[in-house]
Design a binder for this molecule. Structure first.
Ligand SMILES: [Zn+2]
Length: 318
């Protein structure tokens, strides 16, 4: 079987979204904001813009992975299976997740967790209990979604008033005001999207370096399942909060997916010419790299994703 490096960059317009909220101040729920710098008047200007965190995207992906792995009879721990992604962060969590005692040896600890939970195998974990730290780096990488460069100066965040008053019913009197009105900040923006996946260490121990790597028996199935989860995650945009009442209006403008034999990333979609940059980069350097491109004119976003994942799976099975 072959290992692959898969890199995704895209631009997606998301209207009326409340996908990543931070704190609530009284009855006011705030959208996440980050500072972004752009060139301006011969220098740089800083703008505070709406964003969706990498943690939010990572949570969504791992949740899909848990579900798809479960239906394929691959191991998922009790907590990840319920979408509680505490991922072996201490002794009690480990015991609740796996129903066994924590192995004394660090190498055995990582091996046990990998064998028994694909979410922690693919998405990493950090066991920190007392003086003991055992860490596994995630095999996939995501970043903050921020508005594209051309939109930085024009995006806005707007609070929406929500009420649940029932005037005229006995439940609302002069003394009892019913439920407080509240505000939810909404935003609309063309966002950048980034996701990389390196299959090299999936199903293999990484933490203790002076022992030979231990490898699970079903590595191939695990990688194929991870790719299937990625396809569902992308096609259904399965991340973000508040979707029960703030289901956003989504339209993918473009996407580039690169499949390579070694680390090869698609340039940032922050600037409009990223597709051209990706093609130029591939001309100069590539590791058996194939590019799958949807530029908003021909083909479709879905077709591009499906073809890229198909190629990735074929390379893994080879
Ligand atoms: Zn788990």
């Amino acid at each position: 079987m072959g290992d692959i490096f898969l890199s995704i960059r895209g631009r997606v317009v998301i209207n009326v979204e409340a996908l990543n909220m931070t704190e609530s101040v009284g009855n006011y729920v705030k959208h996440r904001r980050v500072p972004v710098m752009i060139k301006e008047n011969g220098g740089y200007g800083v703008y505070f813009v709406p964003s969706i965190s990498g943690e939010s995207i990572a949570h969504g992906f791992q949740d899909v992975l848990a579900r798809i792995a479960n239906s394929n009879k691959l191991p998922v721990c009790k907590l990840c299976d319920k979408g509680i992604l505490l991922k072996s962060s201490n002794e009690n969590i480990f015991k609740a997740a796996f129903g066994i005692d924590v192995p004394k040896d660090d190498y055995e600890l990582e091996k046990t967790i990998i064998e028994r939970c694909i979410v922690e195998d693919v998405g990493g974990f950090l066991y920190a209990h007392g003086e003991r730290n055992v860490k596994r780096t995630s095999n996939f990488y995501v970043g903050y979604m921020i508005p594209v460069s051309e939109a930085i100066k024009n995006v806005v965040i707007e609070p929406q008033l929500q009420t649940r008053y029932a005037l005229g019913t006995p439940f609302v009197s002069k003394e009892e005001k019913g439920q407080m009105i509240y505000y939810v900040e909404l935003s609309s923006a063309p966002y950048v999207f980034s996701f990389d996946l390196d299959t090299k260490y999936i199903g293999k121990t990484t933490f203790v370096i002076d022992k030979p790597r231990s490898e699970v028996k079903n590595r191939k199935e695990r990688i194929i399942t991870t790719l299937n989860a990625l396809q569902t995650f992308l096609l259904e945009l399965m991340f973000g909060a508040k979707k029960s009442r703030f289901l956003p209006v989504v339209n993918w403008e473009s996407i580039v997916i690169a499949i390579s034999d070694d680390v090869w990333t698609v340039p940032s979609p922050f600037t409009l010419n990223y597709i051209e940059k990706a093609q130029n980069k591939k001309e100069k350097i590539n590791y058996n790299t194939s590019l799958y491109i949807y530029d908003g004119t021909k083909g479709s976003f879905e077709e591009t994703v499906i073809n890229a994942i198909k190629d990735a799976k074929e390379r893994v099975l080879k």
